[in-house]
Design a protein around this ligand. Structure first.
Ligand code: F0G
Length: 433
């Protein structure tokens, strides 16, 4: 059984042990293709159910539990895993009511080792880097990829190199990249330009690129939906709602669902809704033209993780929308921050970009596209601690152009029983005690 790389546009094939991200002939994005006929003979739901609760690598990882679908040929001793996945699927009745649904689940990918879904892709990518004998790995990042790359590179003993915009990166993410010892380079350019720089420099210097243009990243990321469907007893939800930035997840989900269906592990395709921030919405704009026109834009949003104007996986995301009868929607920064406050107030918590899933589901219910009785799973992509500034400034009502509609006010008090009792009784206390 051997997997191959194949161009999604012209079909040209490359061996998996070649360093390649896009097609040499036409520039198209590459897919990792597995031997589906062989997999039909060898995997079933039971293959993966039997591995639940495994304590030892590789099957204690929520990525490598599905090894046959991720990287069937690899020797298990070569896998670099922390281990990732095994994230919770929360049922959220109060949030469901706010969104307008009877059944709403949240799959919390912020519960991965470095606090975002990126770890699922990074275990695949760093493992591949080692197999290829690369000793340096690099990415451009809005923050989470850099945190994940830094951790996995350090764990594997490789040099990690991360590029990010010289402002915008959320504090938690910057702290992680520095702490894990990556070479961190702040560049006075946005994410889209940084990605171009990383790709060019890496090619010149022989560094392995671990942005989601790398097809092995997407093989790991597709396990988000495989694990989620397994958690639902292999029952497919009606909708999966996911934020869209560089569109790696959207692309990975489409491929994963297509494969699960082809292998008979699911009996129907769910519909996918990709949600973009209004100020970073090139996919939404293209969707509105029936994908006739695509234009890169200059991105601006409080959800810094998805402040991306020229998503590298655009073509694969379009394919996902076609495969899943999907939709693309946009939400404002106000809607994002209000949805985040609601997720946080359930005791679940997420970073701003993740809240697109919830704000988007609510909007799609409101528009009558998602029906209230349909089962919906929202993907939360990052942990609440990633962007403490956005959270605190929302509750202080100090964000420009955003109202704190669901504030949790930070009280100030003198060390006085009387004053604190008044706060607890909900009575007004003069600011500063
Ligand atoms: N949510 C979070 C928290 C993210 O960090 C990202 C992407 C996305 C959503 C969008 O996912 O790119 O697969 O559509 N962050 C990247 C980074 C770009 O550099 O950390 P996507």
């Amino acid at each position: 059984m051997r997997s191959i790389l194949q161009c999604m546009d012209c079909g040209r094939q490359y061996p998996v042990d070649q360093v390649a991200y896009t097609c040499e002939a036409c520039g198209g994005l590459l897919d990792v293709l597995h031997d589906m006929e062989m997999l039909k003979q060898t995997v079933s739901r039971a293959t993966f159910d039997d591995r639940l609760g495994a304590l030892q690598p590789p099957f204690n990882s929520g990525v490598w539990r599905y090894k046959e679908l991720v990287n069937p040929d690899i020797d298990i001793d070569q896998i670099v895993s922390k281990p990732e996945g095994n994230t919770n699927l929360y049922r959220t009745p109060r949030l469901a009511e706010w969104v307008g649904l009877e059944t709403f689940y949240l799959k919390h990918e912020g519960e991965n080792p470095t606090g975002s879904f990126k770890d699922r892709g990074m275990t695949g990518g760093v493992t591949q880097a080692q197999l290829l004998g690369m000793d340096r790995v690099a990415c451009a990042s809005t923050g989470n990829t850099s945190a994940s790359l830094a951790a996995y590179a350090a764990y594997a003993g490789l040099e990690g190199i991360v590029f990010f915009e010289n402002k915008e990166i959320a504090l938690g993410k910057l702290a992680q990249a520095i702490a894990y010892g990556a070479t961190c380079i702040q560049v006075s350019a946005d994410f889209d330009r940084n990605l171009e720089l990383v790709r060019t420099i890496s090619e010149e210097l022989g560094i392995y690129v671990l942005n989601s243009v790398n097809p092995f990243r997407l093989e790991g990321q597709k396990t988000i939906i495989i694990e989620m469907i397994q958690q639902l007893g292999w029952q497919v939800p009606d909708w999966i709602v996911v934020p869209g930035g560089n569109l790696g997840n959207s692309s990975a989900f489409g491929k994963g669902l297509h494969e699960l269906y082809e292998l008979g592990l699911i009996d129907r395709m769910p519909r996918l809704a990709i949600i973009q921030a209004q100020g970073a919405n090139p996919l939404y704009r293209a969707y509105k033209t029936g994908f006739e026109q695509y234009e890169a834009i200059h991105a601006e949003t409080i959800a810094s993780a998805i402040k991306i104007g020229n998503p590298v996986n655009y073509r694969k995301a379009v394919r996902t929308i076609q495969w899943t009868d999907g939709v693309v929607e946009e939400v404002s920064d106000q809607e994002i921050m209000d949805a985040k406050a609601m997720v946080d107030a359930q005791g679940i918590g997420c970073e701003p970009a993740s809240a697109c899933s919830v704000a988007g589901a609510r909007k799609l219910v409101d528009m009558g596209i998602i029906q209230p009785h349909e089962t919906v799973v929202g993907i939360l992509t990052g942990h609440v601690l990633k962007d403490p500034d956005a959270t605190i400034n929302y509750h202080r009502n100090s964000l420009s152009n955003i109202e704190a509609n669901y504030p949790n006010i930070l009280h100030q008090a003198e060390p006085s029983i009387e004053e604190i009792s008044r706060i607890l009784a909900g009575e007004p206390v003069p600011t500063g005690g």
